[in-house]
Design a protein around this ligand. Structure first.
Ligand code: PLP
Length: 305
């Protein structure tokens, strides 16, 4: 049995009226730990447990770390998440509430990650936030569920951080013979690592991540995401932090669900489609969710950008 839930696929009247298209939402914000991450992380943790691993280590202070903590609790295996001092008290609390051990180490993520790697023993599995074929295989279940529903979208809109969700959705499309469906891959200014790679036609590292959408904050996308962008229809789109934050506010009013700006990025394009997206009649938006930003935080960010 999988650790993630089958999530609702709902037509959105507010988004359809705003964009002039038929907009459908895949509500992965409703996964038990609040984001799509559980699909891939749950499958990876189950696979590593079957291989004999007895504990899990993560260095993500975001939704990936929370999903590993949740998966470990469900499987009865201990989880250690190493986070840098910059990780908010709220995120630490969300990990601890899943009974995982939180170790605070270093002033930046690479120091926390190096320490996490040093904790790996033969019986431990490191769960990467986006770069592992098991994660993509798990994320692909999102598309399987859409296929079973009988609704085939003309285009898909989703957010990109390190590209794990993109790789998983493309795997789901491929394994269901939907490889012709184009994907609109949305990032925020200051976290646009896929846009940079596609512009230079090579994997490219950003000098720094400056967006408030911290869950999109991978300096470089995984190789798989880059290769897909060269092989199948993927449209890169970049929105501002302000547009992503406004989309969070609007979505909260329209659908009563609070999501992170990382998810607001995809919603921003769906509310105000680009010329390229307007060419499609029915659009599926992956509402990837995210639990690390409070409404108060979203308002504060908006006031200062
Ligand atoms: C992780 C995450 C993303 C980005 O996913 P990648 O697989 O890193 O591209 C987007 N939104 C939310 C809420 C996330 O947690």
């Amino acid at each position: 049995m999988s650790l993630h839930l089958e999530t609702p696929l709902v037509p959105s009247r507010p988004l359809s009226l705003a964009s002039g298209q038929d907009v459908w939402l895949k509500l992965d914000a409703l996964q038990p730990c609040g984001s799509f991450k559980l699909r891939g992380v749950g499958l990876a943790c189950q696979a590593y447990a079957r291989q004999g691993k007895r504990r899990f280590v993560s260095s993500s202070g975001g939704n990936a770390g929370i999903a590993v903590a949740y998966a470990g609790r469900c499987l009865g295996l201990p989880v250690t998440v190493v986070v840098p001092q910059t990780t908010t008290e709220r995120a630490r609390q969300l990990i601890r509430q899943e009974d995982a051990e939180v170790i605070v180490h270093g002033s930046a993520w690479h120091e926390a990650n190096a320490y996490a790697q040093s904790l790996l023993t033969d019986d431990a599995a490191f769960i990467h936030p986006f770069d592992d074929p098991l994660l993509w295989q798990g994320h692909a279940s999102l598309i399987d569920e859409v296929v079973i529903s009988g609704f085939k979208p003309d285009a898909i809109v989703l957010s990109v951080g390190g590209g794990g969700l993109l790789a998983g959705v493309c795997e789901g499309l491929a394994r269901n013979d939907w490889a012709d469906v184009p994907v609109f891959a949305v990032e925020t200014d200051g976290a646009a690592s896929l846009a940079a790679a596609m512009a230079s036609k090579a994997p490219t590292a950003l000098p720094a991540v400056t967006s408030v959408a911290t869950s999109l904050g991978a300096k470089q996308v995984c190789q798989q995401a880059f290769e897909l962008s060269q092989q199948r229809p993927i449209h890169s789109h970049v929105v501002t932090d302000a547009q992503a934050l406004d989309a969070c506010e609007r979505f909260l009013l329209d659908h009563r669900i609070l999501v992170e700006p990382a998810c607001g990025a995809a919603l921003a394009l769906a509310y105000a489609p680009s010329e390229a997206l307007k060419a499609y009649q029915s659009v599926l938006v992956v509402v990837c969710g995210g639990v690390t930003a409070t409404h108060e935080q979203i308002r504060e960010w908006r006031a200062s950008c």
